[in-house]
Design a protein around this ligand. Structure first.
Ligand SMILES: Nc1ncnc2c1ncn2[C@@H]1O[C@H](COP(=O)(O)OP(=O)(O)O)[C@@H](O)[C@H]1O
Ligand SMILES: [Mg+2]
Length: 332
C-alpha cells in the first residue's frame, strides 16, 4: 500500500477534481506511480480532466457487485505512471452506500499498489464522504477563498471531527447522546473546544467506552487536515483563509496545514475542454505552480501511519464480513 490521500470539499465547484487530476500528474512527473480514484458517486467526472474515455467500468461495478477488486478497474491515462479508477454516477439515493460496500471499497483502496492513491470524493460532508476522508489523518480539503466556501469547509471539518468520535461508541450509548448534546447545544465560540470535550468524554468514560473511545481521541488529536485554497483572487484572500484556521482552532481544537494557495487561472477551463491535464499541456501555468506547492509538501511529508477502518458496529460487521470472506462472499 502506498500513501492514501482523500480529497474533499465543503461544496462543489471549488476545483477539487481539476486539482486532484493535476496533483496526480505532478506527482507522476516526479517518478511516482499514482492512482486516481473517482469516488464522487454523484458527479463523477475525473476522467474528463485526463482525456480518458468514459467507456470503462468504474467504481459502480463494486457497488453493483459486478466486480470485487478495485485494482481490476484501474486504467491508464495519457500521462506516464498516472492511472485512473473511473467513477460512476449512481442514481440519487443509491449514492448512500451500504455499510459492507463502503468497507469493501475502503479495504480495496488500501490494497491498491501505487506510491500515491488520490481519492476525489463527492462534495459536502455526508457520512459516506467523511468516512473515506477520515481514512487518513491528513486528508485534503479544497476551498475557495470566499466566506460561504470557508464556512462550508469548516462544516466539513466539524462533521469529520464529530463523526470520528461518534462512530467509536456503540449505538444507543450514553456517550453518543452526550456527543450529540454537545454539538447541538453548545453555542459556537463559547466554552470548550470539541477536542477538549472529547478528551473529557473519552477519558472519564475510559471504562464504559473502552479502548475505542481512547483510540478515537488519539485519532482526533492526530487529525491535521491539509487545506488547499483554490480560485484565489489576491492578497485579501489571506484574511479569509485565516478565518478557517481560527474558527477550527477555537471551536474544534483542530490544527491544519495550508499546503497550497492557487490563483484563479483561465487556462484551467481551457485545459478541461482540451481533455489533457494542465500540468502536461502547460506546466508553467499559474494554476500548476500552486499544485506543485502542494505536491512538494506531500513529497516531503513522512509516511502517514496506517489509517483506521473503524465504523459503526465494527466488531459485529467485521466478524460477519470475515465469515463471508472465508467462504467466498455469496453477494460478490
Ligand atoms: N484555479 C482555477 N481557475 C479557474 N477556473 C477554475 C480553477 N479551479 C477550478 N476551476 C473551474 O471550476 C470548475 C469546477 O471545477 P471542478 O474541479 O469540477 O470542481 P469540483 O470538483 O470541486 O466540483 C471547472 O469548470 C474548472 O475549470
Ligand atoms: Mg468534482
Amino acid at each position: 500500500m502506498g500513501v492514501l490521500i482523500p480529497i474533499g470539499s465543503g461544496k462543489g465547484g471549488v476545483g477539487k477534481t481539476v486539482f486532484t487530476a493535476n496533483l496526480g500528474a505532478v506527482l507522476a512527473s516526479h517518478g511516482k506511480t499514482v492512482i486516481l480514484v473517482d469516488l464522487d458517486l454523484g458527479g463523477a467526472n475525473l476522467h474528463t480532466c485526463l482525456g480518458v474515455r468514459n467507456n470503462h467500468p468504474g467504481v459502480g461495478s463494486i457497488v453493483w457487485k459486478k466486480e470485487k477488486r478495485l485494482e481490476n478497474l484501474v486504467v491508464p491515462t495519457s500521462v506516464d505512471r498516472l492511472f485512473l479508477v473511473p467513477g460512476d454516477n449512481l442514481l440519487p439515493g443509491t449514492a448512500n452506500l451500504e455499510f459492507f460496500t463502503k468497507r469493501r471499497i475502503m479495504k480495496e483502496l488500501l490494497e491498491l499498489t501505487a506510491d500515491y492513491v488520490l481519492v476525489d470524493l463527492g462534495a459536502g460532508a455526508s457520512y459516506n464522504v467523511v468516512d473515506f476522508w477520515l481514512m487518513s489523518p491528513d486528508g485534503i480539503v479544497v476551498t475557495a477563498p470566499e466566506i460561504p466556501a470557508i464556512l462550508n469547509a469548516y462544516s466539513f471539518l466539524k462533521t469529520a471531527a464529530f463523526r470520528l468520535l461518534f462512530r467509536s461508541f456503540k449505538k444507543g450509548s450514553e456517550q453518543r447522546e452526550r456527543i450529540v448534546d454537545f454539538v447541538v447545544n453548545r453555542a459556537e465560540g463559547q466554552g470548550d473546544t470539541f477536542l477538549a470535550f472529547a478528551e473529557r468524554l473519552a477519558e472519564s468514560d475510559g471504562e464504559a467506552g473502552g479502548a475505542a473511545g481512547l483510540k478515537a481521541l488519539d485519532e482526533l488529536r492526530r487529525l491535521r487536515p491539509r487545506v488547499v485554497v483554490n480560485q484565489g483572487n489576491g492578497e485579501s484572500d489571506a484574511a479569509i483563509a485565516q478565518r478557517l484556521r481560527e474558527i477550527s482552532s477555537r471551536n474544534l481544537g483542530l490544527g491544519m496545514e495550508y499546503i497550497a494557495y492557487i490563483m484563479r487561472d483561465q487556462s484551467v477551463p481551457a485545459s478541461i475542454a482540451g481533455r489533457s491535464p494542465l500540468a502536461v499541456s502547460d506546466p508553467d501555468a499559474m494554476f500548476i505552480r500552486g499544485v506543485k506547492a502542494a505536491a512538494d509538501r506531500i513529497l516531503r511529508a513522512p509516511e502517514a501511519p496506517a489509517p483506521g477502518l473503524e465504523l459503526d458496529d465494527e466488531d459485529l460487521f467485521s466478524m460477519i464480513e470475515r465469515a463471508f470472506d472465508e467462504q467466498g462472499s455469496p453477494t460478490l
